[in-house]
Design a protein around this ligand. Structure first.
Ligand code: TXA
Ligand code: MG
Length: 339
């Protein structure tokens, strides 16, 4: 299949391809998404095929405006309404009880559907042009770091999908917060830019259901978070998390290795973090970021560049688990997970 490269003045064409049952990748404020008509099971099947995505991992449905929710869910709860009011358009995905119109393939057979309105002009224009709810997982091969530039989407999916919208690099660089509001107590299933404290300002009883450690795959289903069952965000290079003992009485920084490996100096090693790596680490290239936002924004691209350069190991500084730091640590832990 020849993939069409779509420019900003051709967004109507992207909408048309989606209406005809095609698959198109487009930018959002979080990461690039790979979209198809959420009401067309065959179109959605093509997303799973192109990504090599396991069929038990459900997709997020994107809409241009709240009125389109009617196609997907019955009357949302008052809590859901309040959250939409506050955070849409934006990087918050809400898991809601679904209508029968949503094909099982979108939700992996669950009785709920995940929905969000992205806060990105290009995405909104494409969604408007299509006039449809669009199912869109991150636009990358399953298991790999999410695509944050159109070039990385091309590297993964050229020849496998109908179109790639050549938009700007994404602003946030990590996927949306996923909040399950289908039950009594709202539960964060995946941390993202909209933090637990942001959510608690609107709905005080939100609980953080995203595990802080890697959960054995056999028991994950009890967490009702299908995305946790699968390998995620992993470059080919081994990811090693390092942390600094800031509170220790010697004030030079020393690293602890969260996951140990064989790091002989013959290895090609890279580093990303907010602080300089400790002198005893042999590093071939480093990226010192100025903030957690920048760290989040650069991480997936850095992983991909490391793979292109055949790097064997990427050291990543651990950050404190607050606000976007929680989302970043979630992705780092899962990137560092061994097979
Ligand atoms: O920022 C984002 O969310 C991006 C952009 C493109 O919008 N999309 C994205 O999609 O990250 P994806 O497929 O890579 O991740 C979707 C996550 C998975 O963890 C999946 O398990 C969860 O949402 N999910 C989807 N539907 C669900 C449901 N009904 N119940 C629970 N979790 C659900
Ligand atoms: Mg993904």
């Amino acid at each position: 299949m020849t993939t069409l490269y779509i420019k900003q003045n051709q967004l109507a064409l992207a909408g048309e391809i989606l209406r005809q049952g095609g698959c198109v990748a487009f930018p959002t404020e979080t990461v690039y998404g790979l979209g198809a008509n959420a009401l067309d099971a065959q179109a959605v099947a093509r997303i799973f095929e192109a990504k090599g995505r396991p069929s038990d991992n459900p997709l997020i449905v994107h809409i241009a405006e709240k009125s389109m929710l009617e196609m997907l869910v019955s009357t949302p709860s008052e809590v859901a309404e309040r959250l939409m009011e506050e955070f849409w358009p934006g990087p918050l995905t809400l898991v809601l009880p679904k209508k029968d119109t949503v094909p099982d393939i979108v939700t992996a057979g669950l009785a709920t559907v995940a929905v969000r309105i992205p806060n990105h002009d290009w995405a909104l224009e494409i969604l408007q042009e299509s006039g449809l709810p669009i199912a869109a997982p991150s636009a990358n091969r399953s298991g790999s770091p999410s695509g944050t530039t159109w070039e990385t989407v091309r590297d993964d999916l050229d020849g496998l999908i109908d179109g790639i919208v050549c938009g700007p690099p994404t602003e946030i660089g990590l996927e949306s917060t996923v909040l399950d509001v289908s039950g009594e107590v709202p539960r964060i299933l995946r941390p993202g830019k909209v933090s637990c404290s942001d959510l608690r300002k609107i709905v005080p009883n939100v609980i953080n259901f995203a595990p802080k450690s890697v959960i054995p795959k056999e028991v994950v289903s009890t967490f009702n978070s299908p995305g946790l069952r699968h390998r995620h965000y992993q470059p080919k290079a081994k990811v090693v998390l390092v942390e600094w003992n800031d509170s220790s009485d010697c004030n030079h920084s020393s690293a602890n290795f969260a996951s140990s490996g064989d790091f002989a100096s013959s290895l090609k090693t890279w580093y990303i973090g907010t602080q300089e790596p400790p002198a005893h680490l042999v590093i071939d290239r480093k990226m010192i970021v100025n903030s957690i936002d920048e760290y989040a924004n650069r991480l997936f691209l850095y992983f991909r560049e490391a793979d292109e350069a055949s790097v064997q190991m990427v050291f990543c500084e651990q950050v404190s688990e607050s606000e976007l730091g929680s989302a970043l640590m979630d992705r780092l832990r899962r990137a560092a997970e061994s097979e």
